[in-house]
Ligand binder design. Structure first.
Ligand SMILES: *Cc1c(COP(=O)(O)O)cnc(C)c1O
Length: 395
């Protein structure tokens, strides 16, 4: 036994001990720029003082009381989410929140809600190939990546998968057993593939016509990252159910399944629960995150920083298409092995990841500075030159 941890992750080459804003320091004292944000989690940067203060204060006040009782931070966060989800749509009906501890749990709640809302016999959830919705058995089956299912059969029934961004294929999948459609506004793990206005509006119309729930997984895209509060807001739709997690706690584990009140009404006391979900430590962090994001207008920052990052990368010879919205970008490399480039960048002091064999994913904090973006672009340019195209041929 060489590690005290299960071998579910590759053996790490770096151990980080401290962070501040977009910067991280490892146990050798090396500084890194974090352009991954723990996978779109630390959207306000590391060790944000407003979040740290909220945590410290709440830890000295009240950590936990169980969901048999209410707490103030939870109600505040749920109200703020309702406002942000209806942002720019005066006609939208109100949303109610179920708090949990992760993205997978938020999607589990959404899937249970869809089944309860649909009623017996109407339980199928349709999702897209190349999607990612979590690693629990149920959300693994919602995840449209059959190679990830293989070792864990049998998976729970009631899932169907369709090609991404193909409205005709989706329509043919909507038989009488379908309770909900579950889609990401930008497929994150699938390679950073944004939806389009036509696709999302088409899905919304089909769902409305047939009484099917339109559920949007905003776990990676939510809370400003794409340049809107939520990714779906780029496409002029108003989903029935929205799930989120990652950025909501800026690193403190919290997830939320949020549904229009008329949909949420399908749940009765006893239908769903969690011991920790919504506890005041996590919701106090989320309350501070949302207040700070509103104060700095995080979506606007993501839009301008995303444009600057794109403009810096586009002229590089080894950069092909750049996909994504705001500060969730997939950078397609020409003739380069993305894994080799990402490891080279890590050694040079820039944290990114290879989202596909040929594309890097960039997701810096939304308050990243102009100077940090320039520094990252220079490092990426140097790494693309250093790795060269020969390694792509070998890989
Ligand atoms: C990360 C992610 C999840 C799973 O979240 P966990 O907190 O890891 O369970 C679900 N959906 C999307 C779109 C994600 O990016």
């Amino acid at each position: 036994m060489t590690s005290p941890l299960m071998p579910t992750y590759p053996v790490p080459s770096v151990r980080f001990v401290r962070g501040a804003g977009a910067e991280l320091w490892d146990d050798q004292g090396n500084r890194h720029l974090d352009f991954l944000s723990g996978l779109a989690v630390t959207s306000l940067g590391h060790a944000h003082p407003a979040v740290a203060d909220a945590l410290a204060q709440q830890a000295q006040t009240l950590l936990h009381v169980s969901n048999l009782f209410g707490t103030e931070p939870g109600d505040d966060v749920a109200r703020a989410l309702d406002t942000l989800l209806r942002h720019g749509n005066a006609d939208a009906s109100g949303y109610q929140t179920f708090f949990c501890n992760s993205g997978a749990e938020a999607n589990e709640a959404a899937i249970k809600l869809a089944r309860k809302f649909g009623g017996r016999g109407r339980h199928t959830v349709v999702s897209a190939f190349a999607s990612f919705h979590g690693r629990t058995l149920t959300t693994l089956h919602a995840t449209g990546q059959p190679q990830k299912w293989e070792a864990f059969q049998p998976l729970p029934d009631g899932f169907r998968h369709v090609p991404w961004a193909d409205l005709g294929e989706l329509e043919s999948a909507l038989d009488a057993t379908v309770a909900a459609v579950l889609l990401e506004p930008v497929q994150g793990e699938g390679g950073v593939n944004p939806a389009t206005v036509d696709y999302f509006q088409g899905v919304e119309a089909l769902c409305a016509e047939r009484g099917i729930l339109f559920m949007v997984d905003e776990v990676q895209t939510g809370l400003g990252r794409t340049g809107e509060w939520f990714g779906f807001q780029h496409f002029g739709v108003q989903p029935d159910v929205v799930t989120m997690a990652k950025a909501l706690g800026n690193g403190v584990p919290i997830g939320a399944c949020v549904a229009k009140a008329e949909v949420a009404a399908a749940f009765e006391p006893g239908d769903h629960a969690t011991t920790y979900g919504g506890q005041p430590l996590a919701t106090a962090a989320a309350r501070a995150v949302l207040a700070e994001m509103q104060r700095i207008d995080a979506p606007r920052l993501a839009t301008s920083a995303g444009a600057q990052l794109r403009a810096g990368l586009e002229p590089l010879d080894a950069v092909g298409a750049i996909r994504g919205l705001g500060l969730l970008l997939g950078v397609e490399l020409i003739d380069r092995d993305a894994k080799a480039v990402a490891s080279r960048l890590l050694a040079d002091g820039l944290v990114v990841n290879a989202v596909t064999p040929t594309a890097l994913r960039l997701a810096p904090p939304l308050n990243v500075t102009d100077a940090e973006i320039d520094e990252a672009v220079a490092m990426i340019s140097a790494a693309l030159d250093a790795v060269g195209s020969s390694e792509a041929a070998e890989a």
